[in-house]
Design a protein around this ligand. Structure first.
Ligand code: FSO
Ligand code: SF4
Length: 546
């Protein structure tokens, strides 16, 4: 069976995975994800009308958000999860349609996504007829998918905020507007470009919402030294981005003799005051997501994946992997969702940990982070002084994602080659390419300032906007800040669209430009926003420092 997916940076040959995902996603799962997205479009067609009539249902908004999130790269590889989701999606769609009819607003949509139906055993066949390539015009296809990937990233961040009790109906409404727009053949390139840019506006809003949710619940991140060594107790490794899962796990492991370590994008949890009170919250183990097949082996204890990025677990540690939330992998144990607001029950993973050996040390020492907007702005005087005195010549925003491609070695080399009077502002798992290098400091200000997870790129934007104000500049692009961003999956797409919305120009995106940008759409981004790729370290440095 064939498939077509080009949503992430590692897509085969830079153009599309057609037999099996480079990520390990099988063709049937890729196609079922397409069918789920397709059915969400049908739901949206009706639910937009329902919202206009005051009949929108929170559970429909939540269903669409979670389903979008489940299809992002490296989140869920479980065939049965998607078969079940599609069945639920058909039921959700038909219930919204029935609500409209009951209210005297019966509406027969023409688009197939709103009317198709089939038994689960026929989903695979249907799925092969609704994929990305069914949109023939490559520019329209490119823009439709760019929009879908934007709302997938938005959904991921909205879901984290939602879990902490923060939501914004406008975000749900936009996700559904975007989904519906991709079914409308009347919308051409201009209208779709406008929607893509509008998506960036909601990108800023969702990251601001999540920032509020995280900092109100767990406090403002502060400068923190994080241990990267190990202790001699059995332990649990928690990965992904979900802070509430971590909060509940830390409570439930208290006094059990089981330590907790973060992995990958969970590292910034150490920066939050709320988690500092736990003596058994030991440190961070390992690096970015793509090295997990080696690092999970030596960790020895169970691993909890709260969100992406999961890679196909090797047999040597598969029985120690647990998934929760939207994450899924066939045959891997699951920690069920919260019921009626009660905490998740992590006892299976805690009991498992007690049977395991302590982790084997990968490295020793500490790394420093916690430079989110609140912390950096409290040091603003020092930073501004350093800029005025010429001690800091330029800031480099090097946020985003890491990945397995060899060419990402560029980012370590670039960090090493930067002049001593420059500072790297980072967020997301991209940081692992340079956060353990000895890059020193400038008058006590470290040369790598880690704001947090990928969504905390928002912090970097807040810092930039504040600096613009302090320096009395008209335009954020007049600041001595260059943007050399690494992308991988769809959350990076919403971060990029958010930065464009804030007026940031000349962003360099690597290690390769997205395969889903058609030449014409890429040209729109180049002409209007100065988006560029990356070249050699030496050439790029010269260009950036000019
Ligand atoms: Fe990385 Fe994966 Fe956070 Fe992404 S762990 S790649 S952009 O999921 O979300 O930065
Ligand atoms: Fe390929 Fe990326 Fe899609 Fe996986 S998510 S199938 S690697 S394009």
């Amino acid at each position: 069976m064939g498939m077509f997916c080009y949503q992430c940076q590692e897509t085969a040959k830079g153009t599309g995975c057609t037999l099996r995902g480079v990520c390990g996603k099988t063709a049937d799962v890729a196609n079922l994800q397409d069918l789920l997205i397709y059915t969400l479009k049908g739901i949206s067609i009706y639910h937009i009308r329902a919202r206009q009539a005051g009949l929108a249902k929170p559970k429909v908004d939540r269903f669409v958000m979670e389903s979008l999130f489940a299809t992002i790269t490296n989140a869920n590889f479980d065939r049965q999860y998607f078969v079940d989701r599609i069945q639920q999606a058909l039921a959700v769609r038909d219930a919204v349609k029935a609500d409209l009819a009951k209210a005297g607003l019966a509406f027969e949509a023409a688009h197939d996504s709103a009317v198709w139906s089939a038994a689960p055993e026929d989903f695979d066949v249907k799925a092969t007829t609704v994929g990305i390539l069914t949109t023939e015009n490559e520019d329209v296809r490119s823009l439709r998918e760019l929009l879908i990937y934007g709302v997938k990233g938005m959904a991921a961040y909205a879901e984290h905020a939602f879990t902490l009790g923060y939501q914004d109906e406008n975000l749900f409404a936009f996700m559904q507007q975007a989904l519906e727009a991709t079914t409308d053949d009347q919308l051409g390139v201009d209208e779709l470009v406008a929607l893509v840019l509008e998506c960036g506006k909601f990108g800023v809003e969702v990251m601001a919402l999540l920032d509020r949710a995280n900092t109100t619940t767990y406090g403002n991140p502060e400068i923190t030294k994080v241990n990267i060594g190990v202790r001699n107790n059995p332990a649990i490794l928690i990965s992904g981005h979900d802070l509430k899962d971590l909060a509940e796990l830390l409570e439930q492991t208290k006094g059990t003799g089981v330590d907790v370590y973060t992995h990958g994008e969970m590292l910034p949890a150490h920066y939050y005051p709320a988690f500092k009170k736990y003596d058994h919250f030991v440190g961070n183990y390992g690096n970015a997501w793509w090295l997990q097949d080696k690092e999970f082996e030596t960790f020895n204890g169970p691993i909890l994946m709260t969100t992406n990025c999961l890679i196909t677990p090797k047999a040597s540690y598969r029985d120690r992997v647990y998934v929760t939330g939207v994450v899924g992998f066939d045959g891997v144990k699951r920690i069920p969702d919260r019921v009626d607001g009660r905490a998740k029950d992590f006892s299976p993973i805690i009991n498992h940990a007690k049977q395991c050996k302590p982790p084997v040390a990968l490295e020793q020492g500490e790394i420093v982070g916690g430079f989110a907007h609140h912390q950096v702005l409290s040091l603003a005087d020092k930073v501004i002084e350093a800029v005025k005195a010429g001690a800091i010549k330029k800031f480099f925003v090097m946020a985003g994602c890491d990945g397995r491609m060899k060419s990402r070695g560029y980012y370590s080399e670039f960090a090493k080659a930067l002049p001593q009077d420059t500072v790297i502002l980072t967020a997301g798992c991209a940081k692992y390419r340079y956060n353990k290098l000895e890059l020193g400091d400038i008058g006590g200000i470290p040369r790598v300032l880690d704001a947090g997870q990928c969504n905390d790129s928002y912090s970097l934007a807040v810092i930039a906007l504040k600096l613009k104000e302090v320096f009395g500049l008209e335009d954020v692009n007049q600041l001595p800040i260059a943007y050399n961003i690494a992308w991988y999956e769809q959350k990076a797409v919403i971060v990029l669209l958010a930065l464009l919305h804030l007026g940031v120009k000349n962003i360099h995106l690597g290690p390769t430009l997205p395969g889903f940008l058609s030449p014409n759409v890429a040209k729109v981004l180049v002409d209007n926003f100065g988006i560029g790729g990356v070249g050699s370290v030496a050439d790029d440095l010269e260009r950036f420092m000019a």
